[in-house]
Design a protein around this ligand. Structure first.
Ligand SMILES: [Zn+2]
Length: 232
């Protein structure tokens, strides 16, 4: 299998890969509480594995995953997130740098979703496009997972996807159906009108869910959907 990994390339390989297909795959996630049964890197692990699969399928070069994303289960244990007005300019700067090193297309694939994150990414792209010339494609593939529950946070579908791409980041024996999780940290001042409340992931028993099928079907839909976007 050809190396698609930016960080692992020598400059000669990088140059050749860029000549062949100047597409940058940018995995975006977050370090975020995902219950007790999924690793904290869930979102960027999925984004990275998805970008690797897409780069191997369609060509191009994959960047290391980023986790400078916006909230988030901010007050739940283990989450590290960034205010949108910090994250967005960093993403804009990254696009400018991708243009500098002579990519022609950038695919921003954020497996961390939600309206705050979507707005943050949109703003970053709009700011970049004022002067930038890269073709930027934004993908929030969470919606391809099939909405078994909303938000699909650490639910069976997300568990199935993570298990399909990184089995060691999932331990379903740690899952308890219907369990309520209290917040662990002070609430963000800007959310004071929405007081902290315990979070219940799902009453469905994830251990009994068709996880392998959910993961397989997501990856199949993702490859197809992104192929359509690339053809544009
Ligand atoms: Zn997630």
């Amino acid at each position: 299998m050809k190396n698609v990994d930016y960080a692992g390339m020598f400059v000669k390989e990088f140059h050749e890969a860029l000549e062949e297909n100047p597409t940058a795959w940018v995995p975006i996630g977050l370090l975020e509480w995902h219950g007790e049964h999924l690793a904290l890197g869930c979102d960027f692990i999925i984004a990275e594995k998805a970008c690797r699969l897409l780069a191997e399928t369609y060509g191009g070069i994959m960047l290391p995953p980023t986790y400078f994303s916006s909230p988030g289960f901010s007050a739940h244990e283990g989450t590290i997130d960034f205010p949108p007005d910090v994250a967005s300019p960093v993403l804009t700067a990254l696009l400018q740098q991708l243009e500098k090193v002579r990519f022609k297309t950038a695919v921003l694939l954020s497996f961390h979703g939600g309206s705050i994150q979507e707005k943050m990414v949109k703003k970053a792209v709009e700011d970049y496009e004022k002067e930038g010339s890269l073709r930027v494609i934004v993908v929030f593939p969470g919606s391809l997972a099939g909405t078994d529950e909303w938000p699909p946070h650490a639910t069976p579908s997300e568990t199935g996807i993570l298990q399909a791409v990184c089995p060691e980041a999932v331990d379903v024996s740690r899952f308890t159906p219907g369990k309520e999780y209290e917040v662990a940290y002070p609430w963000l001042p800007k959310f004071k009108d929405r007081p902290p409340r315990p979070w219940r992931i799902t009453d469905t028993d994830i251990r009994e869910s068709p996880l392998a099928e959910m993961g397989r079907s997501f990856l199949e839909k993702l490859v197809q959907r992104v192929g359509e976007l690339l053809k544009g």
